[in-house]
Design a protein. Structure first.
Length: 190
């Protein structure tokens, strides 16, 4: 039978697989999720112990973009592979990056049969699809944004990096509840 070694290694992984903890927040949809780094930090040590390597890469074919994920048995070279088309609303590098990150995470969650709810799936979708299924979040006030910005500068927090982490381009796009939560944490010194 083909792939006996990778199947045995994946079976060993399934016995040891961790529960993925949601450590990130999507402020626009007021939801939590496990980001790609959390997923990787949770599964890579166990996969290495089981003799499995993760390889993920994007490629272009016939003008379409795809993400391929391979789980490779290190000793035998046997592998399990998944390829998914990256769906994008337009030619935007930030959205492409977000779609790649999203697809990487969900490819791993699917291939490894991890417990993970689709809390931030709306990020890779087009805006019109999202707004019909969920009410828009109330945006932060100008005063909240100014206070958050002031606290971040005072604490030497890199604002562009912060925005990138949460997939936003400006502080004014953050929800009122998310900004309130961040202001509270910054004022408490967290």
């Amino acid at each position: 039978m083909d792939n006996q070694k990778i199947i045995k290694a994946l079976t060993e992984f399934s016995i040891k697989k961790p529960k993925i903890i949601k450590t990130s927040t999507n402020p626009y949809y007021n939801s939590s999720y496990a980001d790609i780094n959390t997923v990787l930090h949770s599964v890579e040590p166990i996969l290495r112990e089981c003799g499995i390597l993760i390889l993920q890469y994007n490629k272009c074919h016939d003008g379409k973009r795809f993400l391929s994920t391979q789980l490779i048995h290190i000793e035998s070279g046997e592998m399990v592979e998944s390829t998914i088309e990256l769906l994008l609303p337009g030619p935007d590098m930030q959205k492409l990056g977000g779609a790649i990150t999203y697809a990487r995470r969900y490819a791993l969650v699917t291939l490894l049969n991890l417990e993970q709810a689709d809390d931030d799936g709306n990020f890779a979708s087009t805006p019109n699809e999202n707004k019909t299924s969920e009410a828009p979040k109330e945006l932060a006030t100008t005063k909240q944004v100014a206070l958050l910005k002031s606290l971040m500068i005072g604490k030497k927090i890199d604002i562009p990096e912060f925005l990138k982490k949460y997939n936003f381009t400006k502080l004014e796009d953050l929800s009122k509840s998310f900004v309130s939560e961040k202001i509270k944490k910054l004022m408490e010194g967290k």
